[in-house]
Design a protein around this ligand. Structure first.
Ligand code: SF4
Length: 109
């Protein structure tokens, strides 16, 4: 089970909604490996991975719903062309922004 499906199931179970039907039409359905960082991913690898993910998001018909979901639920990962850092800068900070702090440290050095 991929992380989008796991998060969807926990979200649906929590509030009983079916507002995640948009995921059935997602370009990334069934393969979300491009959308979440692997452990200890280097900045260059992250940039390459996110560039590939961006191309899928650019052509995705459910991008608006995906973006709103990620912002509303303070998600990790790359959703609808936005990283968690992008969402943080827009005021949608994840609950525990470890990656953002780590990247700031790397950028400063
Ligand atoms: S916009 Fe991107 S992350 Fe969102 S469902 Fe589409 S392909 Fe997946």
């Amino acid at each position: 089970m991929d992380i989008h499906t796991r998060q969807r199931n926990s979200f649906d179970a929590r509030d009983g909604s079916s507002c995640t039907d948009w995921r059935e039409h997602a370009n990334c359905k069934g393969d979300t490996s491009l959308f979440f960082a692997k452990k200890a991913e280097r900045p260059q690898a992250r940039a390459r991975r996110e560039a590939k993910a961006q191309r899928l998001c650019d052509a995705c018909t459910v991008r608006t719903a995906c973006r709103e979901f990620a912002r509303d639920h303070r998600e990790y990962g790359f959703w609808a062309g936005e990283s968690e850092e992008d969402r943080h800068l827009l005021g949608f900070t994840v609950s525990a922004p470890i990656g953002i702090r780590a990247r700031r440290h790397q950028d400063a050095s």
